[in-house]
Design a protein around this ligand. Structure first.
Ligand code: FEO
Length: 402
Protein backbone atom coordinates (compact mmCIF):
# COMPACT_ATOMS: atom_id res chain seq x y z
CA UNK A 1 0.00 0.00 0.00
CA UNK A 2 1.44 3.44 -0.91
CA UNK A 3 2.50 5.73 1.89
CA UNK A 4 2.83 9.48 1.69
CA UNK A 5 6.13 11.32 2.28
CA UNK A 6 4.94 14.76 1.19
CA UNK A 7 1.96 16.01 -0.78
CA UNK A 8 1.89 13.94 -4.00
CA UNK A 9 5.15 12.15 -3.19
CA UNK A 10 4.49 8.56 -2.15
CA UNK A 11 6.36 5.35 -1.41
CA UNK A 12 5.19 2.68 -3.88
CA UNK A 13 7.82 -0.04 -3.27
CA UNK A 14 7.75 -3.61 -2.02
CA UNK A 15 8.47 -4.98 1.47
CA UNK A 16 10.28 -8.30 1.12
CA UNK A 17 9.51 -9.90 4.49
CA UNK A 18 10.98 -13.29 3.64
CA UNK A 19 14.29 -12.60 1.91
CA UNK A 20 17.08 -14.11 4.03
CA UNK A 21 20.00 -14.11 1.61
CA UNK A 22 21.11 -11.01 -0.23
CA UNK A 23 24.18 -12.06 -2.20
CA UNK A 24 25.61 -13.71 0.91
CA UNK A 25 24.34 -11.13 3.41
CA UNK A 26 21.92 -12.86 5.82
CA UNK A 27 18.98 -10.50 5.96
CA UNK A 28 17.40 -11.85 9.12
CA UNK A 29 14.80 -9.08 9.20
CA UNK A 30 14.05 -9.14 5.45
CA UNK A 31 14.35 -6.03 3.32
CA UNK A 32 12.41 -3.61 1.17
CA UNK A 33 12.94 -2.18 -2.30
CA UNK A 34 11.82 1.41 -2.10
CA UNK A 35 10.32 3.04 -5.12
CA UNK A 36 8.68 6.44 -5.02
CA UNK A 37 6.09 8.24 -7.14
CA UNK A 38 5.96 12.00 -7.65
CA UNK A 39 2.65 13.27 -9.03
CA UNK A 40 3.23 16.82 -10.21
CA UNK A 41 2.67 18.48 -13.60
CA UNK A 42 4.94 15.63 -14.62
CA UNK A 43 4.58 12.19 -13.09
CA UNK A 44 7.85 10.61 -12.05
CA UNK A 45 8.75 7.14 -10.80
CA UNK A 46 11.93 7.14 -8.69
CA UNK A 47 13.68 3.76 -8.92
CA UNK A 48 11.91 0.40 -9.07
CA UNK A 49 11.90 -2.97 -7.27
CA UNK A 50 13.41 -6.42 -7.86
CA UNK A 51 12.06 -7.89 -11.09
CA UNK A 52 9.84 -10.61 -9.48
CA UNK A 53 7.88 -7.90 -7.66
CA UNK A 54 7.14 -5.67 -10.68
CA UNK A 55 3.42 -6.45 -10.44
CA UNK A 56 3.34 -5.17 -6.82
CA UNK A 57 4.96 -1.94 -7.94
CA UNK A 58 2.44 -1.56 -10.77
CA UNK A 59 -0.45 -2.21 -8.37
CA UNK A 60 0.79 0.47 -5.97
CA UNK A 61 1.25 2.99 -8.79
CA UNK A 62 -2.18 2.22 -10.26
CA UNK A 63 -3.80 2.87 -6.88
CA UNK A 64 -2.60 6.48 -7.27
CA UNK A 65 -2.54 7.19 -11.01
CA UNK A 66 -2.68 5.50 -14.39
CA UNK A 67 0.51 4.21 -15.98
CA UNK A 68 0.05 6.34 -19.10
CA UNK A 69 0.57 9.42 -16.91
CA UNK A 70 4.18 8.51 -16.12
CA UNK A 71 6.54 10.94 -17.88
CA UNK A 72 9.86 9.95 -16.28
CA UNK A 73 11.50 7.02 -14.57
CA UNK A 74 14.55 8.03 -12.54
CA UNK A 75 17.19 5.32 -12.15
CA UNK A 76 19.65 6.24 -9.40
CA UNK A 77 21.46 2.89 -9.43
CA UNK A 78 21.68 0.02 -11.94
CA UNK A 79 21.92 -2.87 -9.46
CA UNK A 80 18.98 -5.20 -10.21
CA UNK A 81 17.33 -4.87 -6.78
CA UNK A 82 16.40 -1.33 -7.88
CA UNK A 83 16.51 -1.40 -11.67
CA UNK A 84 15.06 -4.91 -12.12
CA UNK A 85 11.51 -3.75 -12.86
CA UNK A 86 12.48 -0.80 -15.05
CA UNK A 87 12.34 -2.88 -18.29
CA UNK A 88 8.79 -3.93 -17.33
CA UNK A 89 7.83 -0.34 -16.54
CA UNK A 90 9.29 0.92 -19.84
CA UNK A 91 7.20 -1.66 -21.70
CA UNK A 92 4.05 -0.56 -19.84
CA UNK A 93 4.91 3.16 -20.11
CA UNK A 94 6.58 3.59 -23.52
CA UNK A 95 6.05 7.35 -23.29
CA UNK A 96 8.31 7.59 -20.23
CA UNK A 97 11.87 8.87 -20.44
CA UNK A 98 14.48 7.17 -18.28
CA UNK A 99 16.46 9.78 -16.35
CA UNK A 100 19.91 8.66 -15.32
CA UNK A 101 23.60 9.50 -15.74
CA UNK A 102 25.72 8.29 -18.67
CA UNK A 103 27.47 5.54 -16.71
CA UNK A 104 24.22 4.21 -15.38
CA UNK A 105 22.80 4.25 -18.91
CA UNK A 106 25.71 2.08 -20.05
CA UNK A 107 25.26 -0.30 -17.08
CA UNK A 108 21.51 -0.59 -17.75
CA UNK A 109 22.24 -1.35 -21.40
CA UNK A 110 24.54 -4.20 -20.32
CA UNK A 111 21.92 -5.63 -17.98
CA UNK A 112 18.82 -5.27 -20.18
CA UNK A 113 17.74 -4.87 -23.79
CA UNK A 114 17.33 -1.10 -23.77
CA UNK A 115 16.80 -0.67 -27.49
CA UNK A 116 14.07 1.89 -28.07
CA UNK A 117 14.21 3.34 -24.54
CA UNK A 118 13.86 7.12 -24.34
CA UNK A 119 16.67 8.58 -22.28
CA UNK A 120 17.22 11.85 -20.49
CA UNK A 121 20.87 11.81 -19.47
CA UNK A 122 21.84 14.00 -16.54
CA UNK A 123 25.12 14.96 -14.93
CA UNK A 124 26.22 16.38 -11.59
CA UNK A 125 24.09 19.35 -10.55
CA UNK A 126 21.60 19.16 -13.42
CA UNK A 127 18.07 20.20 -12.57
CA UNK A 128 14.70 19.17 -13.98
CA UNK A 129 11.46 20.88 -13.00
CA UNK A 130 8.43 18.63 -12.71
CA UNK A 131 6.12 21.56 -11.89
CA UNK A 132 5.93 22.35 -8.20
CA UNK A 133 8.89 20.06 -7.50
CA UNK A 134 12.43 20.33 -8.88
CA UNK A 135 14.96 17.50 -9.00
CA UNK A 136 18.73 17.98 -8.74
CA UNK A 137 21.04 15.07 -9.52
CA UNK A 138 24.15 14.30 -7.48
CA UNK A 139 26.72 11.74 -8.59
CA UNK A 140 27.89 9.56 -5.68
CA UNK A 141 30.24 7.04 -7.33
CA UNK A 142 30.97 3.83 -5.37
CA UNK A 143 28.19 4.48 -2.92
CA UNK A 144 27.35 1.77 -3.96
CA UNK A 145 28.45 1.20 -7.59
CA UNK A 146 30.44 3.51 -9.92
CA UNK A 147 27.26 4.88 -11.53
CA UNK A 148 25.35 5.52 -8.30
CA UNK A 149 23.65 8.87 -7.92
CA UNK A 150 21.18 10.55 -5.60
CA UNK A 151 18.21 12.74 -6.47
CA UNK A 152 17.36 15.77 -4.35
CA UNK A 153 13.92 17.40 -4.48
CA UNK A 154 14.56 20.85 -3.17
CA UNK A 155 11.04 22.14 -2.34
CA UNK A 156 10.24 19.54 0.35
CA UNK A 157 14.02 19.15 1.11
CA UNK A 158 13.87 15.45 0.27
CA UNK A 159 16.92 13.36 -0.65
CA UNK A 160 16.44 10.07 -2.49
CA UNK A 161 19.70 8.59 -1.25
CA UNK A 162 19.63 5.23 -3.05
CA UNK A 163 21.59 2.52 -1.14
CA UNK A 164 23.20 5.02 1.23
CA UNK A 165 21.46 5.23 4.63
CA UNK A 166 19.50 2.07 3.78
CA UNK A 167 18.85 -0.97 5.90
CA UNK A 168 17.84 -4.52 5.03
CA UNK A 169 14.84 -4.23 7.28
CA UNK A 170 11.27 -5.23 6.47
CA UNK A 171 8.91 -3.27 8.69
CA UNK A 172 5.30 -2.19 8.93
CA UNK A 173 6.43 1.38 9.66
CA UNK A 174 7.79 3.27 6.69
CA UNK A 175 9.53 5.98 8.73
CA UNK A 176 12.32 5.82 11.29
CA UNK A 177 10.05 7.09 14.06
CA UNK A 178 7.62 4.23 13.47
CA UNK A 179 10.00 1.34 14.27
CA UNK A 180 11.95 0.31 17.41
CA UNK A 181 15.05 2.52 17.64
CA UNK A 182 17.29 -0.42 18.62
CA UNK A 183 16.38 -2.33 15.47
CA UNK A 184 17.07 0.75 13.42
CA UNK A 185 20.63 1.27 14.63
CA UNK A 186 21.42 -2.45 14.43
CA UNK A 187 20.09 -2.77 10.89
CA UNK A 188 21.71 0.45 9.62
CA UNK A 189 25.01 -0.76 11.05
CA UNK A 190 24.70 -4.31 9.69
CA UNK A 191 23.84 -2.90 6.28
CA UNK A 192 26.76 -0.47 6.30
CA UNK A 193 29.19 -3.16 7.49
CA UNK A 194 28.17 -5.68 4.84
CA UNK A 195 27.52 -3.41 1.85
CA UNK A 196 29.25 -0.06 2.19
CA UNK A 197 32.42 -0.66 4.24
CA UNK A 198 34.80 -0.87 1.25
CA UNK A 199 33.81 2.61 0.08
CA UNK A 200 34.53 4.81 3.11
CA UNK A 201 36.43 7.44 1.14
CA UNK A 202 33.64 7.79 -1.41
CA UNK A 203 30.99 7.84 1.32
CA UNK A 204 32.78 10.75 3.00
CA UNK A 205 32.67 12.61 -0.33
CA UNK A 206 28.95 11.87 -0.65
CA UNK A 207 28.41 13.07 2.93
CA UNK A 208 30.23 16.28 2.11
CA UNK A 209 27.93 16.86 -0.86
CA UNK A 210 24.90 16.06 1.31
CA UNK A 211 26.08 18.52 3.97
CA UNK A 212 25.55 21.35 1.47
CA UNK A 213 21.88 20.43 1.08
CA UNK A 214 19.01 21.47 3.31
CA UNK A 215 17.49 18.08 4.15
CA UNK A 216 14.27 17.29 6.00
CA UNK A 217 13.85 13.72 4.82
CA UNK A 218 16.18 11.03 3.51
CA UNK A 219 14.49 8.31 1.48
CA UNK A 220 16.86 5.41 0.80
CA UNK A 221 16.26 2.46 -1.50
CA UNK A 222 16.02 -0.08 1.35
CA UNK A 223 14.38 0.02 4.75
CA UNK A 224 12.83 2.94 6.55
CA UNK A 225 12.79 6.59 5.53
CA UNK A 226 14.64 8.97 7.84
CA UNK A 227 12.72 12.01 9.05
CA UNK A 228 13.51 12.08 12.78
CA UNK A 229 17.01 10.61 13.05
CA UNK A 230 18.76 12.22 10.08
CA UNK A 231 21.49 13.79 12.23
CA UNK A 232 22.02 10.46 14.00
CA UNK A 233 22.43 8.40 10.84
CA UNK A 234 24.76 11.00 9.35
CA UNK A 235 26.89 10.85 12.51
CA UNK A 236 26.95 7.04 12.38
CA UNK A 237 27.93 7.13 8.70
CA UNK A 238 30.67 9.66 9.40
CA UNK A 239 32.18 7.34 12.04
CA UNK A 240 31.86 4.21 9.92
CA UNK A 241 33.13 5.83 6.72
CA UNK A 242 36.13 7.16 8.67
CA UNK A 243 36.85 3.59 9.89
CA UNK A 244 36.71 4.91 13.46
CA UNK A 245 37.86 2.20 15.91
CA UNK A 246 35.95 1.71 19.17
CA UNK A 247 36.70 0.27 22.59
CA UNK A 248 36.03 -3.26 21.44
CA UNK A 249 37.89 -6.56 20.99
CA UNK A 250 36.51 -9.31 18.75
CA UNK A 251 37.78 -12.89 18.87
CA UNK A 252 36.57 -15.40 16.29
CA UNK A 253 37.77 -18.90 15.60
CA UNK A 254 36.97 -22.44 14.56
CA UNK A 255 38.19 -25.53 16.33
CA UNK A 256 38.51 -29.25 15.66
CA UNK A 257 39.28 -31.01 18.96
CA UNK A 258 38.83 -28.03 21.34
CA UNK A 259 42.47 -26.91 21.42
CA UNK A 260 41.82 -23.73 19.43
CA UNK A 261 38.54 -23.29 21.30
CA UNK A 262 40.39 -23.34 24.64
CA UNK A 263 42.98 -20.97 23.18
CA UNK A 264 40.24 -18.51 22.11
CA UNK A 265 38.84 -18.56 25.64
CA UNK A 266 42.30 -17.81 27.03
CA UNK A 267 42.53 -14.75 24.71
CA UNK A 268 39.10 -13.69 25.97
CA UNK A 269 40.11 -14.11 29.62
CA UNK A 270 43.10 -11.84 29.04
CA UNK A 271 41.00 -9.21 27.25
CA UNK A 272 38.43 -9.23 30.05
CA UNK A 273 41.09 -8.17 32.52
CA UNK A 274 40.89 -4.64 31.10
CA UNK A 275 37.79 -2.93 32.52
CA UNK A 276 35.35 -1.08 30.30
CA UNK A 277 36.34 -2.74 27.03
CA UNK A 278 33.64 -4.55 25.04
CA UNK A 279 34.88 -8.11 24.39
CA UNK A 280 33.05 -10.45 22.02
CA UNK A 281 33.88 -14.09 21.27
CA UNK A 282 32.50 -16.03 18.30
CA UNK A 283 32.85 -19.65 17.27
CA UNK A 284 32.27 -19.35 13.51
CA UNK A 285 30.21 -22.55 13.58
CA UNK A 286 27.52 -20.81 15.61
CA UNK A 287 27.65 -17.36 14.02
CA UNK A 288 27.47 -16.13 10.45
CA UNK A 289 29.60 -13.92 8.25
CA UNK A 290 27.06 -11.10 8.26
CA UNK A 291 27.23 -10.89 12.04
CA UNK A 292 31.02 -11.28 12.11
CA UNK A 293 31.59 -8.52 9.55
CA UNK A 294 29.33 -6.23 11.57
CA UNK A 295 31.13 -6.97 14.83
CA UNK A 296 34.58 -6.53 13.29
CA UNK A 297 33.73 -3.23 11.58
CA UNK A 298 33.85 -1.08 14.71
CA UNK A 299 36.34 -3.15 16.73
CA UNK A 300 39.82 -1.76 17.27
CA UNK A 301 41.37 -5.18 17.96
CA UNK A 302 40.75 -8.62 16.50
CA UNK A 303 42.14 -12.09 17.27
CA UNK A 304 41.48 -14.91 14.81
CA UNK A 305 42.10 -18.61 15.36
CA UNK A 306 42.09 -21.82 13.38
CA UNK A 307 43.70 -25.21 13.71
CA UNK A 308 45.32 -26.86 10.73
CA UNK A 309 43.07 -28.98 8.54
CA UNK A 310 44.59 -30.66 5.48
CA UNK A 311 47.51 -28.24 5.36
CA UNK A 312 45.32 -25.15 5.54
CA UNK A 313 42.84 -23.38 7.83
CA UNK A 314 39.31 -24.56 8.65
CA UNK A 315 36.84 -23.81 5.82
CA UNK A 316 34.45 -21.67 7.88
CA UNK A 317 37.38 -19.49 8.97
CA UNK A 318 38.50 -19.22 5.33
CA UNK A 319 34.97 -18.14 4.43
CA UNK A 320 34.76 -15.55 7.21
CA UNK A 321 38.21 -14.13 6.56
CA UNK A 322 37.71 -14.03 2.77
CA UNK A 323 34.45 -12.14 3.24
CA UNK A 324 35.91 -9.70 5.76
CA UNK A 325 39.04 -9.15 3.64
CA UNK A 326 36.78 -8.13 0.72
CA UNK A 327 34.94 -5.63 2.90
CA UNK A 328 38.32 -4.21 3.93
CA UNK A 329 37.58 -2.77 7.38
CA UNK A 330 40.56 -0.76 8.63
CA UNK A 331 42.33 0.33 11.83
CA UNK A 332 42.66 -2.98 13.68
CA UNK A 333 45.39 -4.44 15.87
CA UNK A 334 45.35 -8.22 15.42
CA UNK A 335 47.00 -11.56 15.90
CA UNK A 336 46.52 -15.15 14.77
CA UNK A 337 46.42 -18.28 16.91
CA UNK A 338 45.58 -21.98 16.71
CA UNK A 339 46.84 -25.52 17.00
CA UNK A 340 48.49 -27.80 14.49
CA UNK A 341 49.23 -31.50 14.36
CA UNK A 342 52.35 -32.07 12.32
CA UNK A 343 52.28 -29.29 9.70
CA UNK A 344 53.79 -26.42 11.64
CA UNK A 345 53.49 -23.79 8.91
CA UNK A 346 49.79 -24.00 7.99
CA UNK A 347 46.46 -23.44 9.80
CA UNK A 348 47.36 -20.56 12.13
CA UNK A 349 49.88 -19.32 9.54
CA UNK A 350 47.11 -19.21 6.91
CA UNK A 351 45.08 -17.09 9.33
CA UNK A 352 48.08 -14.79 9.69
CA UNK A 353 48.26 -14.47 5.88
CA UNK A 354 44.67 -13.21 5.88
CA UNK A 355 45.40 -10.66 8.62
CA UNK A 356 48.30 -9.36 6.55
CA UNK A 357 46.10 -9.20 3.44
CA UNK A 358 43.56 -7.22 5.50
CA UNK A 359 46.46 -4.80 6.18
CA UNK A 360 45.76 -4.88 9.91
CA UNK A 361 48.54 -4.12 12.37
CA UNK A 362 50.03 -7.23 13.98
CA UNK A 363 50.56 -7.62 17.70
CA UNK A 364 52.64 -10.74 16.98
CA UNK A 365 54.60 -11.30 13.77
CA UNK A 366 54.05 -15.06 14.10
CA UNK A 367 50.88 -16.88 15.15
CA UNK A 368 50.61 -18.01 18.74
CA UNK A 369 50.31 -21.72 18.17
CA UNK A 370 50.77 -25.10 19.77
CA UNK A 371 51.21 -28.68 18.65
CA UNK A 372 48.01 -30.65 19.31
CA UNK A 373 47.28 -29.32 22.82
CA UNK A 374 48.04 -25.93 24.38
CA UNK A 375 50.31 -25.96 27.42
CA UNK A 376 49.96 -23.60 30.37
CA UNK A 377 52.77 -21.56 28.84
CA UNK A 378 50.76 -21.13 25.63
CA UNK A 379 47.64 -20.20 27.58
CA UNK A 380 49.64 -17.56 29.43
CA UNK A 381 50.92 -16.09 26.15
CA UNK A 382 47.36 -15.99 24.82
CA UNK A 383 46.01 -14.31 27.96
CA UNK A 384 48.79 -11.75 27.75
CA UNK A 385 48.08 -11.10 24.03
CA UNK A 386 44.35 -10.77 24.71
CA UNK A 387 45.10 -8.26 27.46
CA UNK A 388 47.31 -6.24 25.11
CA UNK A 389 44.53 -6.10 22.52
CA UNK A 390 42.15 -4.81 25.18
CA UNK A 391 44.69 -2.26 26.46
CA UNK A 392 44.99 -1.02 22.88
CA UNK A 393 41.17 -0.86 22.55
CA UNK A 394 40.82 1.00 25.86
CA UNK A 395 42.14 4.25 24.31
CA UNK A 396 39.11 4.60 21.98
CA UNK A 397 35.51 5.74 22.49
CA UNK A 398 32.96 3.23 23.83
CA UNK A 399 30.92 1.29 21.28
CA UNK A 400 27.78 3.20 20.32
CA UNK A 401 24.74 1.92 22.09
CA UNK A 402 21.65 3.45 20.58
FE1 FEO B 1 20.45 -2.07 -3.12
FE2 FEO B 1 23.49 -1.58 -4.63
O1 FEO B 1 21.72 -2.13 -4.46
Amino acid sequence: MPQTLFENIDWVGFVDWNVRDFHGYMTKRGSSYNSYLIRDEKTVLVDSVKAPYADKLVKNIESLTSLDKIDYIICNHAEPDHSGSIPHMVKLCPQAKVITNAKCQSFLSMHYDTEGWNWHIVDEGDEISFGKYTATFINTPMAHWPESMMTYIKEPKLLFSMDAFGQHFASSGRFDDEVPAGHLYAEAKTYYANIITPYGKQVLKALEKASKLDIEMVAPSHGVIWRKGIADVIKWYTDWASYKPFKKVVIFYDSMWQSTDRMAHAVTEGALEVPGVEVRLFDVKSSDITQLATEVMDASAVACGSPTLNMTLMPLMAQALTYIKGLAPKNKLSFAFGSYGWAKKSGPHDVLDYLQQCKWDLLEEEPIQCQFKPTEEVFERLREAGKKLAEHAAQFDPVLDV
